[in-house]
Design a protein around this ligand. Structure first.
Ligand code: ZN
Length: 75
């Protein structure tokens, strides 16, 4: 399994995904999505995970285009 670096444990750790309500600003509007967040299984610190980041960006654009009735913008 792919491991991620935890800045608190200072080593590569197993991650777990937790689903969270998160609010992001897209073009000045608050967009709320339910997104996964990768956390360290040892200490619970949020860790960077590329797949998670990509999934969040995709969800944000889908949500934004649905709400604003504009076609999805290519990134
Ligand atoms: Zn940790």
């Amino acid at each position: 399994m792919e491991k991620n670096y935890c800045i608190k444990c200072k080593t590569f750790v197993e991650k777990k995904l937790t689903s969270q309500d998160q609010v992001y600003k897209v073009h000045g509007k608050d967009i709320k999505i339910k997104a996964d967040e990768a956390v360290c299984i040892n200490c619970g610190t949020v860790i960077y995970d590329e797949m998670v980041e990509i999934a969040i960006i995709n969800k944000l654009f889908n949500e934004y285009s649905m709400r604003e009735k504009v076609p999805p913008v290519g990134v």
